[in-house]
Design a protein around this ligand. Structure first.
Ligand SMILES: NC(=O)c1ccc[n+]([C@@H]2O[C@H](COP(=O)([O-])OP(=O)(O)OC[C@H]3O[C@@H](n4cnc5c(N)ncnc54)[C@H](OP(=O)(O)O)[C@@H]3O)[C@@H](O)[C@H]2O)c1
Length: 268
């Protein structure tokens, strides 16, 4: 690699939605390691408590947990209010939580799945950003917001239509809201990845392996990684590195950008 970066988030406070597993957890762990105060979130209380306990071990900042459903406006209000009460201010919001319903085609997709997907994946990123941006503007905080998109949001075809539409919407949200927030000194950007090693991906790989006795879950994951131009799966740390950069002064002139952290999946 050419060049090396270290980040110092001492004294900064962050919220990471959906951060007990996968990429969200990797982002939260990287922020804790960089010295930030971090609010952990998911819908599962036991997972939130366990994650806080594990991350607290090496933390120099404060780590708190808020069990709340990002599909519900009340849950989002709870998360943002609790984090502001505990930390005094929020400097960084990472909108990471998402669901991936599987439908055979857009014709088969149900209205219920449409609403669920849009509420968890899109409305939550809009509403959490709106609440945190209001707090930042009122308190003169020139903070950062990082949304989570996906390569599926760039594609015109392939499975998971509802999920794809939700992520295309995140690209639009990022452009429009970034423009509104920029003159307050608040930078909104997004990260986008392709196949990244997480619980969800392992669940998918297990389904493929179950249908093919010659392949193990590890074989399926390796194969998915080999299909990418850089030849390997994404890891949560790859996305965490992009968030650390986007939140930092090294990205102070970067706004409204979708950063593709996808091993070249963005070229396919
Ligand atoms: N993994 C990939 O290959 C990939 C590819 C492209 C984009 N992404 C994006 O990366 C982000 C993270 O995905 P991931 O693969 O890391 O997912 P994951 O392993 O399934 O983890 C999702 C996290 O979000 C929480 N969560 C789910 N629904 C929630 C809700 N309604 N409210 C609050 N928390 C919720 C989960 O905990 P509970 O279930 O306990 O609530 C968990 O902590 C998503 O935005 C996804 O679209 C992932």
């Amino acid at each position: 690699m050419v060049g090396h970066a270290n980040y110092d988030y001492t004294g900064e406070s962050a919220i990471v939605t959906g951060s007990t597993k996968g990429i969200g957890r990797g982002i939260a762990a990287a922020l804790v390691e960089a010295g930030a105060n971090v609010a952990i979130n998911s819908r599962t209380e036991a997972a939130v408590e366990a994650t806080v306990a594990e991350l607290e071990d090496d933390a120099t900042g404060e780590v708190i947990g808020v069990t709340a459903d990002m599909g519900s406006p009340g849950g989002i209000e709870d998360l943002v209010t609790t984090a502001i009460d505990e930390f005094g201010e929020i400097d960084l919001l990472v909108n990471n939580a998402a669901v991936w319903p599987r439908e055979e085609s857009m014709v088969e997709a149900s209205l219920k799945d449409w609403e669920y997907t849009m509420n968890v994946n899109v409305r939550s990123q809009f509403y959490a950003s709106k609440l945190v941006a209001q707090h930042m503007i009122e308190n003169g905080i020139e903070g950062a917001i990082v949304n989570h998109s996906s390569q599926t949001g760039d594609r015109r075809a392939g499975g998971r239509g509802l999920y794809g539409i939700s992520k295309t919407s995140i690209n639009g949200l990022t452009w429009r809201m970034a423009h509104d927030l920029a003159h307050h000194g608040i930078r909104m950007n997004a990260i986008s990845t392709d196949v990244t090693r997480t619980y969800q991906l392992e669940k998918e790989a297990r389904m493929i392996a179950d249908d093919d006795p010659d392949r193990s879950v590890a074989d399926v994951l390796e194969g998915l990684g080999e299909e990418l131009p850089l030849g390997r799966l994404g890891e949560p740390a790859d996305l965490a590195n992009a968030v650390l950069w986007l939140g930092s002064d090294r990205a102070q002139y970067v706004v409204g950008t979708i950063v593709r952290v996808s091993g070249g999946g963005n070229l396919q």
